[in-house]
Design a protein around this ligand. Structure first.
Ligand code: NAD
Ligand code: USQ
Length: 405
């Protein structure tokens, strides 16, 4: 059950791990704007990976110090910043949690690109080490500090797998009859489709254990693909701009298509484009996280799981829509990924809806905002970074390289 009734929204002390990233930055501003006392914890690894990949956000993003000073100058509100590697600097993370005793910890601080996680042995190992270790460090630090922080983790719809369930995907749990006849509610089976998605499944088991063993209050948000760039807060000033990933590793499908349309580059549809996925706008990401923070699970309640999605769409339908708006054709590429060519996807988002979430839909004209941003910064695009650059296995790599050579 969603136990919001007895805990009315109040000013909370919130740590936002990964608060310099694409979802974390607008969420930090949203929470600060709502009156919460926010501190960002980030090791800037995402900015370093840009350097490693020879690519950059399409939008010019300011250094965290500049961003935070601009926010204070414009609103009078202060957001703290701690440069801590959640996976590597356990002692500093634990000391921060012990000192601050936050009411809530929002955990975005993971390597989040499926293609990057499949790129090679270095990236596979980094993704597992960074994500699983980071999550476990946070859990251990909360237990050791004996603080009652509510952990709100950004998980993924990808933990359920695509095309495997046949019916509506529930919010986290399914009812089963175990061998011997006992009825039980268990986590939905995990069907990850990349090393990255696998780390989110491993996170879920860590949450289940720490919830059961130590009584931690945890909400896991199974989020769909986030699209859009700016929220009304990041659009207030150029120094607050949010990042826009467009490259083959970090760019996600809808933003990539909108950017490609703005540049007149054929839309990169992988395979038949029959993949159906869940989507949510960046403004709704921030609003849903606020709803989750304001509605923590009760002590003793199992891990709360919400599906953080607005709607589901098929990749080729999105390409058709953007093609007809822009007159830029789609280009069907051999799929660099190992995934079902076609799948249906029906997802419940009843819990957020019951808390008042009114999702922004793809038809709501926000495409214009993304395309305006893409057009404004199109000279920053390195066109050679648009094609896929990571392959799920050797067979996929050979097929793709032969076609795109
Ligand atoms: P992002 O890469 O833009 O942001 C992640 C942030 O975490 C970066 O600023 C990075 O520097 C930081 N970080 C990573 N490892 C860290 C560590 N060990 N210590 C400290 N900081 C660290 O990613 P995003 O798109 O903002 O995604 C945030 C979270 O939301 C991720 O966990 C991701 O799995 C989840 N999510 C994202 C999407 C999406 O479409 N972007 C969809 C569903 C779920
Ligand atoms: N795709 C294309 N063309 C492209 C890019 C992608 O056809 O140019 C296809 C992919 O093959 C895939 C689908 O679009 O079938 C989605 O790919 P994506 O890169 O937009 O999203 P994904 O890899 O699933 O990952 C993103 C985020 C990740 C988050 C996940 C939510 O990077 O952090 O967990 O979305 S979900 O997909 O619901 O699991």
């Amino acid at each position: 059950s969603i136990a919001g009734g007895d805990e009315a929204p109040k000013k909370k002390k919130i740590l936002v791990l990964g608060g310099d990233g694409f979802c974390g930055w607008p969420t930090s501003l949203h929470l600060s704007d709502a009156g919460h006392d926010v501190t960002i914890v980030d090791n800037l690894s995402r900015r370093n990976i840009d350097t490693e990949l020879g690519c950059d956000s399409l939008t010019p993003i300011s250094h965290p110090e500049v961003r935070l000073a601009a926010w204070e100058e414009l609103t009078g509100k202060k957001i703290g910043f701690e440069s801590i590697d959640v996976a590597e600097d356990y002692d500093r993370l634990a000391a921060l949690i012990d000192k601050e005793r936050p009411d809530a910890i929002v955990h975005f601080a993971e390597q989040r690109a499926a293609p990057y996680s499949q790129k090679g042995e270095k990236q596979k190992r980094y993704t597992v080490d960074n994500n699983v270790r980071g999550t476990h460090n946070v859990l251990t630090a909360v237990v050791e500090a004996d603080c009652c922080a509510h952990l709100v983790h950004l998980g993924t719809m990808g933990v359920y797998g695509y095309g495997t369930s046949g019916g509506e995907i529930p919010e986290g749990y399914i009812d089963v009859v175990l061998p011997g006849g006992r009825e039980a509610k268990i986590l939905h089976p995990a069907y990850p489709g990349s090393v990255y998605h696998t780390t989110k499944c491993l996170d879920a088991l860590l949450f289940q254990f720490y919830n059961k063993n130590d009584g931690l209050r945890i909400t896991d948000l199974h989020q769909g693909i986030v699209w859009g760039t700016n929220t009304k807060l990041t659009a207030m000033d150029d120094r607050l701009l949010n990042r826009f990933d467009y490259d083959g590793d970090y760019g996600t499908v809808l933003n990539r298509f909108l950017m490609q349309a703005a540049l007149g580059v054929p839309l990169t549809v992988y395979g038949t484009g029959g993949q159906t996925r869940a989507f949510i706008h960046i403004s709704d990401t921030a609003k849903c996280i606020e709803l989750a923070i304001n509605n923590p699970p009760q002590v003793g309640q199992p891990v709360e799981i919400f599906n953080q999605v607005a709607e589901t769409r098929r990749v080729r339908d999105i390409a058709d829509k953007i093609s007809s708006m822009s007159n830029v054709p789609a280009r069907f590429l051999p799929n660099p990924r190992q995934e079902a060519a076609e799948n249906e996807l029906d997802v419940s988002n009843r819990k957020f809806r019951s808390l008042g979430f009114e999702p922004t839909l793809l038809d709501d004209a926000l495409f214009d905002e993304v395309q305006l941003v893409a057009r404004k910064y199109k000279d920053r695009c390195i066109q050679t970074k648009i094609l896929p650059a990571s392959f799920w296995n050797r067979k996929r790599a050979i097929e793709c390289k032969e076609t795109t050579a």
